[in-house]
Write a protein that binds this ligand. Structure first.
Ligand SMILES: [Zn+2]
Length: 68
């Protein structure tokens, strides 16, 4: 009936902001193996470049400054 039965693998992960050093929580789609995107820090609002790789149940995240 056209229902969307795809299960979303939404995970939360903690990272340290490369600007202000605050520990912040981000939402990661665990069904995508490799992702790169920019997200604003929820504390200092500066853009972090996130590089996320998902291997099985392990998620590794690198947060870089966008101004280097
Ligand atoms: Zn920050």
């Amino acid at each position: 009936m056209g229902d969307c039965t795809e299960s979303m693998l939404i995970e939360t992960a903690k990272i340290y902001c490369p600007y202000c050093g605050e520990n912040i929580e981000i939402i990661v789609d665990g069904s995508i193996e490799q992702q790169n995107y920019t997200e604003d820090c929820s504390v200092c609002c500066r853009p972090m470049e996130l590089s996320i790789s998902v291997t099985g149940e392990e998620i590794s995240i690198t947060a870089r400054r966008d101004d280097e």
